[in-house]
Design a binder for this molecule. Structure first.
Ligand SMILES: [Zn+2]
Length: 164
């Protein structure tokens, strides 16, 4: 992947992993009740319902749909990298399918749609993924760790969206 030519910024004004928990990062980080491993497909950023979500790069809206688990989902291409940023459990969309978006543009507000409904405020979040295909299937296929884009994981200390 080539992110060197693409200016990227964080999706929220303040970005920190939900509950400071590794369970809310990417990969084989969760367990089912029987102890078997369960994947998490992205990072959960703490975000109370209604938090502004921004385009992390210049791009285009390539998917806008509702899924049972992830509720309202928006997928935006990341420049010309061939990768995509996915935002899930959204309350609303500010953009339409096919729209061009600019880095830092407010594209949606976080919510509790899909299986995030009724969470305590401390658990309300933006589920955020970096995808290698716009609409992948189950598991980790078609996704990479957001670490590959941001270079750091804000597990304990929030990282602010910076000026670019
Ligand atoms: Zn999640």
């Amino acid at each position: 992947m080539n992110f060197k030519k693409t200016v990227v910024n964080w999706p929220l004004d303040s970005n920190v992993i939900r509950r400071n928990s590794l369970n809310n990062t990417f990969g084989n980080v969760r367990k089912n009740r029987d102890g078997s491993p369960r994947v998490h497909q992205g990072w959960d950023f703490t975000a109370k319902v209604g938090t502004a979500c921004y385009a992390i790069a210049d791009g285009r809206v390539v998917e806008k749909y509702v899924s049972k688990d992830y509720g309202n989902v928006l997928v935006i291409s990341i420049g010309e990298t061939g990768h995509f940023a996915a935002y899930a459990h959204l309350a609303d969309f500010n953009v339409d399918l096919g729209d061009s978006v600019e880095l830092g543009q407010c594209v949606a507000h976080s919510g509790e749609s899909g299986n995030a409904k009724g969470m305590a405020v401390a658990d309300q979040h933006l589920h955020f993924e970096i995808r290698t295909t716009s609409r992948p299937g189950k598991g980790l296929s078609g996704r990479i760790s957001p670490l590959g884009v941001f270079g750091e994981c804000p597990l304990r200390v929030a990282v602010a969206r910076h000026d670019v």
